[in-house]
Design a protein around this ligand. Structure first.
Ligand SMILES: C[S@@+](CC[C@H](N)C(=O)[O-])C[C@H]1O[C@@H](n2cnc3c(N)ncnc32)[C@H](O)[C@@H]1O
Length: 544
């Protein structure tokens, strides 16, 4: 039989191991439950009542003419006898045994070949559509065996989130990561469904947060570490940054200015070009802000260029749509694009599968209650995705015959296909802006939860250097940690609406939220589009 092997590792001997039991098979029952009790009409097995050979002694006394070293005191033995639980051997003077009925059998310890769990198939109720999804029963067995309620379970390759879903159902805390956007998207929706099920069943559930660790990953990627002098460090860092930019440009399929791939980069400001547009990468460790965009506009005008793509990991909040309009008024078509975390996945870059998403724009409007001054509902009033003028035409031209692709144009999504005969068909997939929204969530008091991280005390290092992926300071042995605010906040899903396969409807106004006291609050509204990209907007408002 072909099978996989699951290893059980432990850092200390304090590891948890809860023996999992499974019902015994028929052969086992037939062999060991070989007696029949006509009174109870049930089979039973005979357990030894003798303590002979056991460590820790026993109780020596005489009972009904039998003297031996018993396992239990005489009072307990008498109770067993009164309950008809003693099986007396036919041979005179034989030591009686204790009856254990078939219905009392807890099962046998699970063995190392698990054939009682069926794999996920297309009729499974738990199916998420994630290709490598594992059955919940499998994770349930592993989690129960190796943790107790309230413990923390982690899965760093979570895929569709089976581990997290089962951990949540079993009352464990959990942390999950995945480098794929689809995995995170599937996991997030799955966990919200679990929360809903628990809510309906009036059980407690935990709030959770999706964090984009791209920032830490970037810093880890650019870590130069080692015992370098200041100057060497600077050189090594600049080399790493160049390599990193190359990786991003390769993933974006940008070409040299002359149009050939691999042609020399850098014209002093712009990095490359693509489809007749200049390409520039924003600062790697900072969000792109107004100053950088203004610089891009100036540099475009110097070169007489009118079309540019700005690639960045983060854009400052509130930058759009104002700067795009400003650029347009100066004759520049500026397309901001998010660099996705997949650029760290070399295989995806090599296969040309990395998709750079357009920046979206969310508009949310508070609707104050006329009677209750502390109550408000939030309406999602608009969501749009910026598109690149002409990108559709360029993509159609580059498309191989017989292929189809999904494109975004003028805020709409089209499926474009080219037949073998070269005929291009364009089919509109999104009829209304709401078709873009897969899920949206609201935090009614966003700035009330600061994002706190733990950093080594007295390390002399800033928050950046002490983030994961960086080496601890030289000579630091037992490190002490202190808490530090990152300057960010934790988004908590206080209300959300999303489509499911069964129910495609999306509510566009939240349930009423009532604040405890009057004041100024910042509502955060997060929209997750059908590609799994997050866009957040902050709505400051006065209540009361
Ligand atoms: C076999 S799947 C996990 C399936 C999961 N057990 C479930 O039930 O859905 C492996 C996952 O690991 C992710 N992955 C691969 N390399 C990774 C990395 N270096 N860091 C984080 N996730 C990674 C993949 O994106 C994929 O979703």
């Amino acid at each position: 039989m072909i099978h996989d092997t699951i290893f059980f590792f432990s850092k200390s001997d304090k590891a948890i191991w809860n023996q999992e039991l499974v019902p015994a098979d028929k052969d086992y029952i037939d062999t060991f439950f070989d007696q029949y009790d006509p009174g109870r009409k049930e089979r039973y097995q005979r357990l030894s009542l003798s303590a002979g050979g056991l460590s820790g002694g026993g109780y020596r006394y005489e009972y009904k003419g039998v003297t031996t070293l018993w396992r239990c005191p005489i009072e307990t033995l008498k109770k067993h006898d009164e309950a008809g639980r003693l099986h007396w051997p036919k041979k005179a003077g034989g030591v009686p045994r204790l009856k254990k009925y078939e219905s009392e059998h807890e099962g046998v310890p699970i063995q190392d070949l698990w054939t009682d769990i069926s794999k996920i198939h297309n009729q499974s109720a738990e199916l998420t559509g994630y290709a490598t999804q594992k059955p919940e029963a499998l994770l349930e067995r592993i989690i129960k065996a190796s943790s107790n309620e309230g413990d923390l379970v982690a899965d760093f390759f979570c895929g569709s989130g089976t581990t997290a879903a089962v951990a949540e159902k079993l009352g464990r805390k959990w942390i999950c990561t995945d480098l794929g956007k689809f995995g995170i998207h599937t996991t997030r929706k799955r966990l919200i469904s679990v929360q809903r099920e628990k809510k309906v069943a009036e059980q407690d559930f935990r709030a959770f947060e999706v964090l984009n660790l791209g920032r830490y990953e970037r810093q880890a990627y650019l870590n130069v570490g080692g015992r370098l002098t200041g100057k060497q460090k600077e050189q090594a860092l600049s080399q790493k940054e160049n390599e990193f930019r190359e990786l991003i440009l390769r993933a974006y399929k940008a070409t040299g200015f002359g149009g050939t791939e691999g042609a020399p980069a850098q014209d002093g400001f712009f990095h490359r070009a693509r489809n007749g547009r200049l390409v520039v990468i924003g600062p790697i460790n900072l969000p792109v802000g107004r100053l950088f965009v203004e610089e891009v506009i100036t540099e475009c005008r110097k070169r007489g260029a009118s079309r540019v793509d700005v690639l960045a990991f983060e854009f400052e909040m509130g930058l759009f749509p104002a700067v795009l309009e400003e650029a347009r008024s100066k004759g520049i078509d500026l397309a901001p694009k998010y660099i996705p975390a997949e650029v760290f996945d070399k295989r995806a870059v090599d296969k040309g599968q990395v998709v750079f998403h357009d920046v979206s724009f969310v508009e949310a409007t508070p609707r104050h209650d006329k009677k209750n001054k502390l109550a408000v509902r939030i309406e999602l009033s608009d969501f749009s995705v910026y598109y690149t003028q002409g990108a559709a035409e360029a993509a159609i031209a580059a498309m191989k015959e017989g292929k189809s692709d999904v494109l975004c144009e003028q805020g709409q999504l089209y499926k474009v296909s080219k037949s073998k005969e070269g005929i291009v068909k364009k089919e509109k997939l999104t009829r209304h802006w709401t078709d873009w929204v897969d899920y949206w969530a609201v935090d009614f008091d966003y700035m009330s939860r600061k994002e706190i991280i733990k950093v080594p005390v007295r390390s002399g290092l800033g928050g950046v250097a002490s983030l994961p992926g960086f080496e601890p300071p030289q000579g630091a042995l037992a490190m002490e940690f202190e808490e530090r605010w990152t300057g960010g906040y934790i988004f908590e899903n206080e209300w959300q609406s999303f489509r499911t396969r069964q129910n495609r409807d999306l509510e566009l106004t939240t349930a009423q939220h009532t604040y405890d006291r009057p004041g100024r609050y910042t509502v955060a509204v997060k929209v997750i589009d059908i590609f799994g990209n997050d866009t957040m907007t902050l709505v400051p408002m006065n209540v009361g």
